[in-house]
Design a protein around this ligand. Structure first.
Ligand code: NAD
Ligand code: ZN
Length: 375
C-alpha cells in the first residue's frame, strides 16, 4: 500500500506544550525464544531484600502450566492469577493494590505482568498505585502521576497491542475508559519471548494482531504523522502483511508479530491512533467489547476513512476465515447509542489525528450512529 507520506509528513501539530514531547522508552529489553528463563537473573539485582517480594500478576490461562513452574518464585514472592476475560478496571487495580498492601508489610521489590494487554496494563497500574495515594480512577488522564512507581516488568504472551512499549495503561473507570498516560507508566524492563504466544487461539491471535495492524494504518494515515512515527509504522505494517498475508513458518510468524507489536506501539507513541480506536472505546465502555475485536468490528466499516487499509484488512480476514460477530448494536436504545457516541467524540486527539483540526465539521453524532448501527 502506498501511503501519501510525502504530502503528509510534517511536525506534530499539537499544542505548543506538546509539540516536542520528551517521552520515555523501555530502557531494557530481552528478546528471543526461551528468554523467559532469564527472568530470575534480571530480577535478582532488583530485589531490595528477602522481605520485599516480587509480585507476579499472571493471566489465569497459565494456571497449572509449565510457564508458571518457570517463574522465579523465591523468598516471599507471590503469584496472583488474574482473569483476562474482562477489560481491566480501576476498581480491579484498587483491589489488587489493597490485597498486596494487606499481605505484606513492605512494598514489593517489583511487579511482573505476564499475559496480554490486559495483564500488562494491570501491572503498570498496580505498580503506579502502590506508590501513589488514592484510587486508580484519579490518575486516568494525562500526566497526573507524581511519584516513581514500583519497578515493573512486562512479559507479553500475545502480540499486537503494543502495551509492552507504551506510556499508558487503559482502564475502565466509573465514568470513562481512559488510560493512565504518564512518563511513569512505561515498563522498566520487558522480556519478549515469542514462544510464550504459542497457545493463543486463532481468533484471538487475529484480533490482537489486527490491533497492531490498525495502529499502523491509523498512525500512517493520520495528520500527526512524522518521520519518527513513520519509520516504526512502516516496519510494523510490513511485518503485519508478512504475518497475515503470506505463508511463514510458525516460529518466524510469532517472532515477526511480536516485533510488529513493538514497532506499532512505538509508532503511535509519537503520533496517535484514529477513527477505529475512538469508536471502539465507545463499544468497550458500553458493552465491554474487548479492544482487539472491538477495533475489528469498527474497522471493517471504515472504507471512507481508510480505504486501502480496509481492503487489506478484508483480505486478511478472508485468508484466515475469520467471521466477526454481527448484530452487536442491533438492540441498543437511543440513549445507549448516545452514550457510546459521547465516549467516542470525547477522544479529541484521535479525531484530530485522523481528520485534522477541523474534524468537527466532518464528524457528527449522526455519522457515528450510522457506523455503530452497521456493527
Ligand atoms: P488480552 O490480554 O485481553 O487476552 C486475550 C485473551 O487471550 C484472554 O482470554 C487471555 O487469557 C488469552 N491469552 C493471552 N495469552 C495467551 C496465551 N499465550 N495462550 C492462550 N491464551 C492466551 O489480550 P490483548 O488483546 O493483548 O489485550 C487487550 C487489552 O490491551 C485491552 O484491555 C486493551 O485496552 C489493552 N491495550 C492497551 C494498550 C496500551 O498501550 N496500554 C494498547 C492497546 C490495547
Ligand atoms: Zn489499540
Amino acid at each position: 500500500m502506498e501511503l501519501k507520506k510525502e504530502k503528509r509528513l510534517k511536525n506534530i501539530p499539537t499544542k505548543a506544550s506538546e509539540k516536542f514531547r520528551n517521552f520515555p522508552m523501555v530502557p531494557r529489553v530481552v528478546f528471543g525464544n526461551g528468554s523467559f528463563d532469564k527472568l530470575g537473573e534480571v530480577l535478582m539485582s532488583k530485589r531490595k531484600h528477602s522481605e520485599a517480594p516480587m509480585i507476579y500478576l499472571v493471566d489465569d490461562v497459565f494456571e497449572g502450566t509449565t510457564i508458571v513452574e518457570r517463574i522465579p518464585n523465591i523468598f516471599c514472592d507471590q503469584i496472583i492469577f488474574v482473569s483476562a476475560n474482562e477489560e481491566p478496571s480501576t476498581m480491579q487495580v484498587d483491589h489488587l493494590v489493597a490485597e498486596i498492601k494487606n499481605n505484606f508489610q513492605e512494598l514489593p521489590s517489583g511487579i511482573i505482568g505476564i499475559g496480554g494487554g490486559t495483564l500488562l496494563d494491570l501491572s503498570k497500574a498496580v505498580a503506579i498505585l502502590l506508590s501513589n495515594p488514592g484510587s486508580a480512577a484519579e490518575y486516568q488522564g494525562w500526566d497526573l502521576v507524581n511519584k516513581e512507581p514500583i519497578y515493573h516488568v512486562g512479559i507479553p504472551t500475545i502480540s499486537g497491542t503494543g502495551a509492552e512499549v507504551s506510556r499508558t495503561t487503559v482502564l475502565l473507570g466509573p465514568d470513562k475508559k481512559l488510560g493512565i498516560n504518564s512518563d511513569y507508566t512505561t515498563f522498566n524492563q520487558v522480556i519478549l519471548d515469542p514462544e510464550l504466544t504459542k497457545g493463543v487461539s486463532k481468533e484471538q491471535w487475529f484480533y490482537t494482531g489486527m490491533d497492531c495492524f490498525i495502529h499502523c494504518i491509523e498512525s500512517l494515515e493520520g495528520t500527526f504523522l512524522n518521520a519518527f512515527s513513520q519509520s516504526y509504522g512502516e516496519k510494523a505494517l510490513e511485518l503485519c502483511k508478512e504475518v497475515f498475508l503470506t505463508e511463514l513458518p510458525d516460529n518466524e510468524s510469532r517472532d515477526k508479530l511480536m516485533m510488529a507489536s513493538w514497532h506499532g506501539g512505538m509508532s503511535i507513541a509519537y503520533s496517535q491512533v484514529g477513527v477505529a480506536h475512538a469508536l471502539s472505546y465507545g463499544l468497550g465502555f458500553l458493552l465491554g467489547v474487548k479492544h482487539g475485536i472491538g477495533n475489528c468490528l469498527v474497522f471493517q466499516h471504515l472504507e471512507e476513512f481508510y480505504p486501502e487499509g480496509v481492503t487489506i484488512f478484508k483480505q486478511m480476514m478472508n485468508k484466515h476465515k475469520i467471521k466477526l460477530p454481527t448484530d452487536i448494536c442491533a438492540h441498543l436504545t437511543e440513549s445507549e447509542f448516545d452514550k457510546m457516541i459521547t465516549i467516542a467524540l470525547g477522544m479529541e486527539p484521535l479525531w484530530e489525528n485522523a481528520l485534522g483540526e477541523n474534524w468537527k465539521r466532518v464528524i457528527t453524532a449522526e455519522k457515528l450512529k450510522s457506523i455503530y448501527k452497521k456493527i
